[in-house]
Unconditional design. Sequence first.
Length: 157
Amino acid sequence: MADQGPPRRSGDERETLLGMLRFQRESFVRKVEGVGEEEARWSPVASGTSLLWLTRHLAYAEAVWVVGRFAGRREEVPANEVLDRDSVAAAVEAYRATWRAVDDVVASASLDDGCTDDERQPPVDLRWILAHLLEETARHAGHADIIRELLDGSTGR
């Protein structure tokens, strides 16, 4: 897999945050696509982290933070675990569907709008949430990169 660098463009803060988040999302998905069902469930570590779990977890994290906590919508959240019936294709599609829902919320909100998900914690604004999701996605894309390299030697973003 050829390495792809992040998009280099200028724009406002929202465009920059979303552009980098979209790049990390797609980088992550490139790590999962083309992997067999058994390989996607394989974990090289005691925690059980696998490509399939990472895909499910990233969909969960975006839905919880943006759709649930920020937008306050009480929709069904993707599972934060691998289910017996899960497939790579279905998990990737669920992740992509979450992107669309998240991007729709972000498009019509101010980065200064906030939410409180825990009264014991200070409130955070949408800017912080997007930065957090960018960090979370990039971190897990790195995990996926290592797992994929262990599986078949593929590297690159």
